[in-house]
Design a protein around this ligand. Structure first.
Ligand SMILES: Nc1ncnc2c1ncn2[C@@H]1O[C@H](COP(=O)(O)OP(=O)(O)O)[C@@H](O)[C@H]1O
Ligand SMILES: [Mg+2]
Length: 239
């Protein structure tokens, strides 16, 4: 079925494709668009919010998501191709990274099977790649805003056998050159990483090491990260 530029065709189209995730902010679908495997992310209205405010926030997130994906792709950072955007229904049509799994699932599976002594280096390589791609993203002044291991996909390599890291879910992203903003971005990731994946402190350190080695601007960011960590600790002591 074709999607036309009117408000009737799109809801009908969404009914015919597979819903893969119902979140608090968005529904994610998988289907085919112009013959291509496609992910549709639909930001639906939140009824608990004032309609005008909700419309404004939802519109902003859709714009930010598309803008940051394009900025990353322009800089050679892997993110899905944007096929189509509808600002009426707040739908983004994205390239489906076929055969990918989230970094979260990959780490969890690897940790589970490490009873059979899976080579540690497999996760080391991944941590290094994550550090490198995030340094590159921050060098473009893209602050992701929601860095977690669920918002990164691993795509099995094409010919080389190399796996590719793909960044997704840029709805909370923004453009900033401030080391503080980038430091908070890394702090959010650190919190999410260590709470999702037990006993990965050393692994996360490797990620940070690769981040630091990949960007000339990283020194100020790591310094801010240290400050934010300290603030977090003080806050938790106060309770
Ligand atoms: N382009 C894509 N290709 C393949 N899977 C995707 C893609 N985009 C999202 N997904 C899958 O859908 C999930 C939710 O998408 P995401 O953009 O993170 O939305 P949310 O804001 O609900 O977290 C991801 O964790 C991933 O499993
Ligand atoms: Mg997500």
């Amino acid at each position: 079925m074709a999607v036309e530029g009117n408000s009737v065709a799109l809801p009908q189209f969404l009914k015919k494709i597979e819903l893969i995730k119902q979140g608090a902010e968005a529904r994610v679908y998988r289907g085919s668009f112009l013959g291509k495997p496609t992910i549709v992310k639909e930001r639906f209205p939140k009824l608990y919010r004032h309609p005008l405010l909700d419309e404004k926030l939802t519109h902003r997130r859709t714009v930010q998501e598309v803008r940051s994906i394009l900025r990353c792709r322009k800089a050679g950072i892997s993110a899905p191709v944007v096929y189509f955007v509808d600002y009426t229904s707040h739908c983004i049509f994205l390239e489906d990274i076929v055969g990918s799994i989230t970094v979260r699932d990959h780490i969890a599976f690897t940790q589970l099977s490490s009873a059979q002594k899976i080579p540690e280096e497999r996760l080391d390589q991944l941590a290094k790649k994550m550090g490198q791609i995030l340094a590159k993203m921050h060098d473009e002044d893209v602050v992701h805003g929601d860095l977690t291991t669920s918002n990164m996909l691993l795509k099995a390599g094409t010919e080389s056998g190399e796996t590719e890291l793909v960044l997704i879910d840029f709805g909370l992203s923004y453009i900033s050159a401030l080391p503080e903003d980038k430091g908070v971005d890394m702090y959010v990731l650190e919190k999410a990483f260590l709470s999702t994946h037990p006993n990965t402190e050393a692994l996360f350190e490797k990620l940070l090491k690769a981040y630091a080695a990949s960007s000339k601007k990283s020194h100020a960011v790591i310094k801010k990260l240290d400050e934010v960590r300290l603030r977090g600790r003080k806050r938790s002591m106060v309770g």
